[in-house]
Write a protein that binds this ligand. Structure first.
Ligand code: ZN
Length: 258
């Protein structure tokens, strides 16, 4: 009797194990998640204009990356605005203490001198203010490979400027898994900027699952000078992103995709 019970128990165990083995889910083919989106970045020290633009674009749950230069010249209330932007999920990043053209500067000075004058004091002051800086953009896009190497010891990701190709897929302004990226300027008086071209760049990002990297300077209602981007242009980009289920990224978000 005992023996037959034992046999039944063993048989059941075998059947359970066998059936479990059979029910193991087959590995699904890997589908790459959609990452298509846009980085909106802003350079220099137009804190008041940026803060006002944020009030208008909040309704899109947008995200910007603000590359701040001359942090030592900002007023206390402007630092408070930067802290508020950071708190809302925007990124505050570095753009040089004096806004030197790094490539020009290092033609006559060493890289160590550049770091001592332009980068280290900027990082120290921004950290003192509570700004968490991990990205950097070159003023005027002026860079060299040696500077890239030195700056990537201080920052997780650095941004240069893409100088223009007419055809979207030849543009260097899409994220390409590198920690050195390039942006396309959407300033209104930039030679290569116009709305149809911008839409072409956005379409290419959407169709090819890419992240488009854009930059501007002062955000304005009406353009009165160079280095200004219309709020209407930013609004158009935000609407495109929402309509096409694309994403807003900050520059440091790119590190999380690796
Ligand atoms: Zn600049």
């Amino acid at each position: 009797m005992k023996n037959s019970i034992l046999k039944i128990v063993l048989l059941c165990t075998f059947l359970i194990l066998f059936s479990c083995e059979k029910e193991k889910p087959k590995p699904k083919p890997k589908v790459k998640p959609s990452i298509a989106g846009v980085i909106l970045s802003f350079d220099d020290a137009y804190v008041n204009a940026w803060f006002d633009t944020d009030q208008e674009l909040k309704k899109y749950s947008w995200k910007g990356t603000f590359f701040v230069s001359k942090i030592n010249t900002l007023k206390h209330y402007q630092i408070q605005k930067l802290l508020q932007l950071q708190k809302e999920g925007h990124e505050i990043a570095g753009h040089g203490l004096h806004h030197y053209n790094a490539a020009d500067f290092t033609r006559v000075h060493t890289i160590n001198e550049y770091m001592d004058q332009e980068i280290n004091p900027m990082l120290k002051l921004m950290s003192f203010y509570g700004l968490k800086v991990s990205s950097f953009a070159y003023p005027y896009g002026g860079r060299t490979k040696k500077l890239d190497a030195a700056l990537l010891k201080k920052f997780k990701i650095i941004r240069g400027r893409a100088f223009c190709e007419e055809v979207a897929n030849k543009q260097g302004c899409y994220y390409n898994n590198s920690n050195l990226v390039f942006s396309f300027s959407i300033d209104d008086t930039h030679n290569h900027f116009n709305i149809p071209h911008l839409l072409q760049l956005l379409d290419y990002a959407k169709k090819n699952n890419k992240i488009l990297i854009l930059n501007s300077h002062k955000t304005v209602k009406n353009v009165t000078a160079d280095y200004q981007t219309k709020n209407a242009t930013l609004e158009l980009i935000c609407q495109y992103i929402k309509r096409n289920n694309m994403k807003f990224y900050t520059l440091s978000d790119l590190n999380k995709l690796k």
